[in-house]
Design a protein around this ligand. Structure first.
Ligand code: C2E
Ligand code: MG
Ligand code: MG
Ligand code: MG
Length: 283
């Protein structure tokens, strides 16, 4: 009986693994084709300065619509693209797309910040500085408007400090995404040449009903202020969260409460007309 059960378990796992492998390689092949078949797109989510009543920038977020499978979430394909190295090609594509878009908005009188997510593999690449520089030149984007978002997982090696300093010399900004979910020690935090911290959505989500999370948020905000970093809260969904964040001294926010990530035309509309008069965002 035991042997039979083990056999059954074994069979179950190999089948699961095979299905996953098939799915993985299918997904990867499809992703390669996606670039050529024009299935990829970039959406943009506004970043709000609630105290100043305005949109200060946007975050570029990769979107993939497969003709049969429909929308595939970045969390599903980015890790695979990272493992296989395809993220280098994808990342370059996103940056170029975002930079061209930024230039268009800037020419229309809206020179807002453009944040782009970068993976560890991209930062590690020996020619990353040249790649970014040439995309900036090609598109005419002002480097001061570019912000690169990195996660703490990207930064665990102190060997990256000099690389980040090289990037900073291009004139762009660096921010630490999903802050509080990785392994970033305070010592590292001090050493990295970053400009902003993004408080992870999980902290914002739980702050209204868990006092110790609210205390953690206040501490992160205080820490950021002491180290002279901007601090922005991500995943803001309710008015209650907005109020608590404002009370805590965090006036930069991003989340569904203001806008979901949307296509570029909708951002232009928001830049011209404001997000929602009721929410006080007019510019
Ligand atoms: P992230 O950089 O932390 O981006 C924020 C994610 O939270 C986005 O998910 C966004 O749509 C979502 N979000 C924003 N506001 C809210 C809210 O109020 N509530 C909730 N529930 N969610 C909110 P998305 O677009 O699915 O992206 C997931 C992750 O995939 C990103 O997390 C980022 O790590 C990665 N990613 C996306 N695009 C790229 C890219 O071009 N390059 C790289 N390397 N990673 C990317
Ligand atoms: Mg991000
Ligand atoms: Mg994040
Ligand atoms: Mg994330």
């Amino acid at each position: 009986y035991v042997a039979k059960e083990q056999g059954g378990t074994f069979h179950f796992f190999t089948r699961l693994l095979m299905e996953q492998n098939i799915e993985r390689s299918n997904l990867l092949n499809a992703l390669h084709a996606a670039l050529e078949r024009d299935e990829l797109d970039v959406h943009f989510q506004p970043k709000i300065d609630f105290a100043e009543n305005k949109i200060i920038g946007v975050e570029a977020l990769l979107r993939w619509r497969h003709p049969e499978w429909g929308m595939i979430a970045p969390d599903k394909f980015i890790p695979i693209a990272e493992e296989t190295g395809m993220i280098l090609k994808l990342g370059e594509w996103v940056l170029r797309k975002a930079a061209f878009q930024h230039k268009k908005w800037a020419d229309l009188g809206f020179p807002i910040n453009m944040a782009v997510n970068f993976s560890m593999r991209q930062i590690q690449h020996p020619r990353i500085v040249e790649t970014i520089q040439s995309i900036l030149q090609e598109t005419g984007m002002n480097p001061a408007s570019l912000e690169i978002e990195l996660t703490e997982h990207t930064l665990i090696h102190s060997q990256h400090v000099s690389k980040l300093e090289e990037l900073k010399k291009l004139g762009l900004k660096l921010s630490l995404d999903d802050f509080g979910t990785g392994y970033c020690s305070l010592r590292y935090l001090k050493d990295f040449p970053i400009d902003a911290i993004k408080i992870d959505r999980s902290f914002v989500e739980n702050m209204t009903h868990e006092p110790h999370i609210a205390a953690l948020n206040s501490t992160i905000i205080y820490l950021a202020q002491q180290l002279n970093y901007d601090v922005i809260a991500e995943g803001v969904e309710t008015e209650e969260q907005v109020n608590l964040l404002m009370e805590g001294g965090c006036h930069l926010m991003q989340g569904y409460y203001f806008s979901r990530p949307v296509p570029s035309e909708q951002i232009l509309h928001l830049l011209k007309n404001g997000i929602d008069q009721e929410k006080g965002i007019t510019k």
